[in-house]
Design a protein around this ligand. Structure first.
Ligand SMILES: Nc1nc2c([nH]c(=O)n2[C@@H]2O[C@H](COP(=O)(O)OP(=O)(O)OP(=O)(O)O)[C@@H](O)[C@H]2O)c(=O)[nH]1
Ligand SMILES: [Mg+2]
Length: 120
């Protein structure tokens, strides 16, 4: 989050839940903590260095083809200017705009929480 706006990235067509907007991130590797994965994924995918973050929520969602456990963190400070380092389009949206965006089905409670916590 920066200046009350939230950064989203477009998942590529060939990824799971492709063509939908995501909160940037990725899978935790066996050797690392969730915090380490957060820092690594955001550096790899959008080229930023996270300097302040806090846990927002955890959830589990059963897609027909797989189950995901999402550990969602709010990044409030970072250095570097975000860029789609894997060619993915990025966009900044206000909390009010979140309702108009197509997210993976698992994300509904995350959007609700952000609106609760940061919406007007
Ligand atoms: N990053 C991210 N993943 C999400 C969100 N919502 C959601 O259901 N997911 C699911 O969680 C999983 C995250 O994996 P990922 O594709 O980001 O993992 P990754 O960066 O390591 O990339 P990979 O595709 O190379 O394995 C995917 O199955 C994705 O569909 C979201 O908002 N952000
Ligand atoms: Mg990813």
């Amino acid at each position: 989050m920066r200046d009350k706006q939230i950064l989203l990235a477009l998942r590529s067509a060939k990824q799971h839940q492709g063509g939908k907007w995501e909160f940037p991130g990725g899978k935790v590797e066996p050797s690392e903590s969730v915090q380490q994965a957060l820092l690594r994924e955001l550096h790899e995918e959008i080229g930023i260095n996270v300097t302040a973050s806090c846990a927002l929520m955890q959830l589990e969602y059963h897609y027909p083809e797989k189950t995901v456990q999402l550990d969602v963190w709010l990044v409030s400070e970072f250095t570097g200017e975000p860029q789609g380092r894997e060619g993915q389009p990025l966009r900044w949206v206000s909390v009010a705009e979140l309702g108009d965006i197509t997210f993976p089905d698992a994300n509904q409670p995350i959007v609700q929480r952000i609106v609760q916590q940061f919406g007007v």
